[in-house]
Design a protein around this ligand. Structure first.
Ligand SMILES: Cc1cc2nc3c(=O)[nH]c(=O)nc-3n(C[C@H](O)[C@H](O)[C@H](O)COP(=O)(O)O)c2cc1C
Length: 221
């Protein structure tokens, strides 16, 4: 891992790590993420922001070789990542936002912040109004977007602590739900991420990063 040095400010360190990261294709099978680093990654998911703070997600962390094999078969284009990464995270989303879910969330805020639920009535009603006015399709889109914020947090945090990742949309979410027994829950698979350490055999780490120039993607208004 490239660690920060005393000559380098935190901003430069972050830029260096953002350049260092890439979507790893093959991981070093012999290396696994230490618990202390996994705790940081887990926090990047748990502490991710979400609209209203609703956290409409669930994360399945897969290490078992049996499950990996089954998931790999349901994601042929990403097979090698399932077989070589240290950890696989499946990011799942709530199927819908139900009023009962909002109420349990409000109860959780009240307990955490030690305020009476009645003080949160207005907030609760606003969340109910906004979410329940959405069409089913809009709700799915909205919940999915929240899950991608957690994914972004995970990828960036991993890069900052020198852990390689690959986000994976090339999976079969319905098959994943079956393999992971999510079908019986309120959650469904959205996207997955492989995490670990790049293999020396992964040629992609040597490829130049391809990004549009700033002039093209920013408007300073
Ligand atoms: C949401 C998302 C889904 C992706 N799905 C896959 C995937 O299924 N398989 C894969 O090899 N790369 C996947 N990628 C990696 C992208 O192809 C990669 O991030 C992009 O080409 C930019 O390259 P870089 O990340 O190496 O800078 C995904 C990236 C994102 C953000």
């Amino acid at each position: 891992m490239n660690s920060s040095n005393s000559q380098e400010g935190i901003g430069q360190y972050i830029q260096r790590q953002l350049q260092w990261r890439y979507a790893a294709k093959i991981f070093d099978k012999t290396r696994s993420i230490a618990q202390v680093d996994w705790n940081v990654l887990a926090d990047s998911l748990r502490l991710a922001p979400s609209s209203f703070g609703l956290q409409p997600w669930h994360f399945v962390v897969v290490q078992s070789s049996d499950l990996r094999q089954k998931l790999a078969e349901a994601a042929p284009m990403n097979r090698q990542k399932f077989e070589t990464a240290s950890h696989i995270v499946i990011l799942a989303r709530l199927k819908t936002i139900k009023v009962e879910y909002i109420d349990s969330f409000i109860k959780h805020i009240a307990e955490t912040r030690e305020v009476p639920p009645s003080a949160l009535e207005e907030y609760r009603n606003m969340i109910v109004d906004v979410t329940q006015a959405m069409s089913d399709q809009d709700q799915v889109q909205w919940i999915t977007r929240q899950t991608y914020i957690a994914l972004g947090n995970l990828l960036t945090t991993a890069a900052l602590i020198g852990i390689d990742t690959c986000a994976m949309e090339g999976i079969d979410p319905i098959k994943f739900d079956g393999i992971l027994d999510l079908s019986k829950t309120d959650y469904v698979t959205v996207v997955a991420a492989a995490l670990g350490y790049r293999s020396t055999q992964d040629e992609m780490q040597f490829a130049k990063k391809v990004r549009f120039p700033s002039e093209q993607i920013f408007t300073m208004a």
